[in-house]
Design a protein around this ligand. Structure first.
Ligand code: KIV
Length: 304
């Protein structure tokens, strides 16, 4: 494997990610979402950052938006992911209404997320208006990944899912936001759903890495929702997603085959059952016309 696919076996730290500027010679940061221990175990040897995104609300729970996601849900999924992570940096999203009220509210809830999940950092959505909160958290030892551009928790106020930074005022707001969040101590910034030249310009201006989603190849890293890039949802393929697999199709095929096997009395077969006598192959000795039987040894298997 080239060093482009596997960076290091050592545990990845917040300062290590903070230092990953592509213009400084680093390879891009690879980030994917996970919400469970088995998925974290699958991603851990390959990616740099696992984001326990509040997208869990839409992907796993079927909510229309991320707004109904609670702190308890994020803590439960965050803890599950941390149990499956050995080397990656795990970042947990702060859900809607858990940090916007005041820096003190943000600290109280972020501290719970850190203590109860064992994650390395939290992510919060918001531009310049969240800079004081980011400073409050980072000065008290809570590493923060910021998130600007399209912010799913504010999608209603923003007039829906659309690319940000098209007009002068929005571009100015995003550039100012990125600068202030960096000054406030954020160690990286997710730029979501933002016009490409602006995402590239912000990346170029900042000392901390940007992680793009629907942004720019010039960003210092990329993030996707794992279920999107695996093609779990056959009817959902936004412009910024490339499907690296069609897992949805594979699941459909497997379920059809299982259904047919059960209905056709092919599954379970004797080897899937407990207490079924092993098959006894009969060998015929041609010389003395005697027959001998030797039991086939049973495979050892776990109870799972
Ligand atoms: O919730 C999430 O998964 C995210 C990423 C898409 C950036 O915020």
């Amino acid at each position: 494997m080239s060093n482009l696919t596997s960076i290091t076996n050592e545990k990845i730290s917040v300062p290590a990610i903070r230092a990953r500027k592509v213009r400084g010679g680093a390879v891009p940061i690879v980030c994917l979402t996970a919400y469970s221990k088995p998925m974290a175990q699958l991603l851990d040897p390959h990616v740099d950052v696992i984001l326990v995104g509040d997208s869990v609300g839409m992907v796993v729970y079927g909510f229309e938006t991320t707004l109904p996601v609670t702190l308890e849900m994020m803590i439960d999924h965050g803890a599950a992911v941390v149990r499956g992570a050995r080397r990656v940096l795990v970042v947990v999203d702060m859900p809607f209404a858990s940090y916007q009220l005041s820096p003190a509210q943000a600290y109280q809830n972020a501290a719970r997320v850190m203590a109860e999940t064992g994650c390395a950092a939290v992510k919060i959505e918001g531009g310049i208006e969240m800079a004081d909160t980011v400073a409050f958290l980072t000065r008290r030892g809570i590493p923060v990944m910021a998130h600007i551009g399209l912010m799913p928790q504010s999608v209603s106020a923003a007039g829906g899912y659309r690319a940000h930074g098209r007009d002068e005022a929005e571009a100015h707001y995003l550039v100012q936001s990125a600068r202030k969040l960096q000054d406030a101590g954020a160690f990286a910034i997710v730029i979501e759903g933002t016009v490409e030249p602006l995402a590239a310009r912000i990346t170029n201006e900042l000392e901390i890495p940007t992680i793009g989603i629907g942004a720019s190849p010039a960003c210092d890293g990329q993030v996707l929702v794992t279920d999107d890039m695996l093609g779990v949802f056959q009817d959902f393929k936004p412009k910024f997603v490339r499907q690296f697999a069609q897992i949805g199709e594979q699941i459909t095929t497997a379920v059809q085959e299982y259904t047919a096997a059960v209905r056709g009395h092919e599954f379970p077969a004797p080897e899937h059952c407990f207490g079924v006598k092993p098959l006894v192959p009969v060998t015929i000795n041609m010389q003395d016309n005697a027959t001998s039987a030797k039991p086939t040894p049973q495979k050892k298997r776990s109870g799972r």
